[in-house]
Design a protein around this ligand. Structure first.
Ligand SMILES: NC(=O)c1ccc[n+]([C@@H]2O[C@H](COP(=O)([O-])OP(=O)(O)OC[C@H]3O[C@@H](n4cnc5c(N)ncnc54)[C@H](OP(=O)(O)O)[C@@H]3O)[C@@H](O)[C@H]2O)c1
Length: 309
């Protein structure tokens, strides 16, 4: 727990900065529910899986390889089905969709948690900048591929970040999706996280008239493996000040677990949450035209990378 956990007040939901995933699910039985969590082997994904399973949910935990997912699953109590899903590899995502679709149970929630941050140099996958491809395109393929396995009141939770506010001025640089016309580590991470918010909001619009919901969350700032590409000085400083100012992993997993499971949010869709309360995203993350354009471009990319397999 950081100092901020004691100082910052709780929000209207009754939860706040210092709430943990266990606290936001206290007294809640998730028996009979199935939740898919990507990136289950590390940081927030692992804690999310652990707490959901603790509350009785069946968790489909994905990691880059089945071995990684299985190793993580073996560390938690409850029912976890480990599945491989390497988000930068469309064939792996398609295999994950196939495996999950073949299971007899439907999904009550999908938590698109996995991500990479601030790669020092521009790397690409299938011709697209790697953070955009992993964080957005991989999840676009996964979530849209699993929509017919989502229950009628199923929830999609996209892990974004306050970092989406560092996205380029255009929100998404559609003419620079390979990063060749200019690369900035934070800018491109921001773009991928902006894509996560836009995707959640567009999905919410597509869910209108149904009981399904889609939301995006900022988990807080937490010391996890996500910082592996940060400059070593920044890493050391964040490791030192982290315990004072940053959220713990238990606190960091709270918002996604809350949004995926809290009964009070059954009708809440198209929102951006931070510290378990509705928060303000960058103004253009609310632009429906930008979100629709991203959806259409993502569909084209999905068709292109699927045809190339
Ligand atoms: N930590 C923060 O301060 C913070 C702040 C804002 C937003 N977030 C968001 O929270 C989410 C979880 O981050 P975290 O802090 O828990 O980081 P983490 O500990 O590094 O976990 C990230 C997870 O994503 C997986 N992953 C990375 N690339 C992948 C790929 N190509 N295919 C499949 N899985 C992949 C990682 O697998 P490997 O272990 O195999 O690499 C790991 O399981 C991310 O979306 C991040 O953007 C975090």
């Amino acid at each position: 727990m950081s100092i901020l956990s004691y100082v910052l007040p709780k929000g209207p939901s009754g939860f706040g900065y210092g709430s943990t995933a266990e606290q936001v699910t206290a007294g809640l039985s998730l028996a009979g529910k199935t939740v898919l969590v990507t990136g289950c082997n590390s940081g927030l994904g692992f804690e999310t899986m652990r707490v959901l399973a603790l509350r009785g949910a069946r968790v489909i935990g994905t990691a880059r390889t089945e071995a990684k997912a299985r190793e993580a699953a073996d560390k938690v109590q409850g029912t976890v089905v480990p599945v491989a899903c390497e988000l930068s590899d469309p064939a792996s995502v398609a295999a994950c969709v196939k495996t999950v679709s073949a299971l007899e149970y439907k999904l009550d929630a999908i938590i698109a948690n996995a991500g990479i941050m601030m790669l020092p140099k521009c790397e690409t996958a299938h011709g697209y900048e790697l953070q955009f491809f992993t964080n957005h395109v991989g999840h676009f393929l996964l979530v849209t591929g699993l929509l017919d396995r989502l229950t009628d009141d199923g929830r999609v939770v996209m892990l974004s970040s306050e970092g989406h506010k560092a996205a380029p001025k255009a929100g998404i640089e559609f003419d620079n999706l390979d990063g060749k016309r200019g690369y900035g580590d934070l800018k491109m991470y921001g773009q991928s996280k902006m894509a996560n918010v836009l995707f959640a909001k567009e999905l919410a619009r597509r869910f209108a008239g149904t009981r399904r919901t889609a939301n995006a969350v900022h988990p807080g700032v937490i010391n996890t493996n996500l910082g592996r590409h940060l400059n070593p000085i920044v890493r050391v400083v964040s490791e030192r000040v982290g315990p004072l100012l940053m959220k713990s992993i238990e606190e960091g997993a709270a918002t996604q677990v809350y949004v995926a499971t809290n009964p009070a949010l059954a009708d809440v869709s198209g929102k951006y949450f931070a510290s378990c309360n509705v928060a303000k995203s960058r103004a253009d993350a609310d632009d429906p035209q930008l979100a629709r354009k991203l959806w259409e471009v993502s569909e084209r990319i999905a068709a292109e990378v699927t045809a190339a397999r």
